[in-house]
Design a protein around this ligand. Structure first.
Ligand SMILES: C[S@@+](CC[C@H](N)C(=O)[O-])C[C@H]1O[C@@H](n2cnc3c(N)ncnc32)[C@H](O)[C@@H]1O
Length: 266
């Protein structure tokens, strides 16, 4: 299966910024408390984007873990490398396509992580088998992704604005089913953890900024709702009307992110 998906650096960084400003909880803290990476660990982060999780591991281990981040986007890898230099860190950022065999021998890593990315893989069992192969026995795989009840309000507003059903999102439609089941098949043990983070918007602007960064015209997933730039702008206007009516009625929009964290042990 081909997933038509392209993350731009600007959209990803906008959403990360809005989570940090309007969310009640810090996902990084949740993740680090769950994973407790140790100095000396050999870590691979797949779909690392601009390096968010890699830098978190680097901080937590005081620079004493061996960390590799891999991604297919040159644009995001460049951002990650610039941040690496700015911090004086020595994380290795490399091109890695998770639809291809990983360029590593078996049994190399103590921890492989993949945050908000695994569900874009064309053949999820193949990608999970590669993650399993490169892990040491006893090593852990950590994946995160949206659970089916994730940001319900966001989809309710878009559904009302467009009058159309929401197209299936590869994350919420596959994460808690295919991905979890395949991890259970491949690994000795799998734990499921849930992170809930309400984002509160008292004005429409940050909600619209978040929506733009999720739907922008290069996100092919939303094709049934808009194709041209003009259709996108028309939809955004309808979303703005719905969002304003919501705030007039409820006083605010509370959009709760519901994220699963699956930890599998080899
Ligand atoms: C939503 S972003 C998450 C990035 C990062 N983990 C974070 O949480 O900030 C999804 C990432 O998956 C990457 N990605 C998509 N297809 C990929 C592929 N075939 N191989 C490797 N990475 C891929 C994208 O480039 C993007 O960086």
């Amino acid at each position: 299966m081909t997933i038509e998906y392209q993350e731009t650096a600007k959209d990803l960084l906008t959403r990360i910024d809005i989570h940090q400003k309007y969310g009640a909880r810090d996902i990084d803290q949740w993740m680090i408390e769950l994973l407790q990476p140790s100095p000396g660990d050999v870590i691979l982060d797949v779909g690392c984007g601009a390096g968010k999780q890699c830098f978190l591991y680097w901080e937590k281990t005081a620079g004493k873990a061996s960390i590799t981040g891999g991604d297919i986007s040159q644009e995001l890898l460049e951002k990650a490398r610039a941040e690496n230099a700015r911090r004086g860190a020595s994380i290795r950022f490399m091109e890695l396509d998770f639809n291809q065999p990983f360029p590593f021998a078996a049994e190399q890593f103590d921890l492989v992580s993949c945050s908000f990315a695994i569900y874009y893989a064309g053949d999820i069992p193949f990608t999970l088998r590669e993650m399993h192969r490169v892990l040491k026995t006893g090593g852990r795989l950590f994946t995160t992704g949206p659970m089916p009840e994730n940001k319900k309000v966001f989809y309710d507003i878009i559904r009302a604005a467009s009058g159309k059903p929401i197209p299936p999102m590869p994350g919420s439609s596959r994460y808690a089913s295919l991905i979890l089941n395949t991890m259970r098949d491949l690994f000795r043990q799998v734990e499921v953890h849930i992170f809930e983070n309400p984002l509160t918007f008292e004005t429409v602007e940050p909600f619209l900024e978040y929506t733009r960064a999720s739907l922008s015209e290069d996100r092919k997933l939303w094709k049934p709702l808009f194709q041209s730039k003009q259709e996108f702008e028309n939809l955004m206007q309808a979303i703005e009307r719905e969002a304003r009516a919501w705030i007039a009625r409820e006083g605010k929009i509370v959009m709760t992110k519901v994220v699963g964290g699956f930890i599998a042990t080899k």
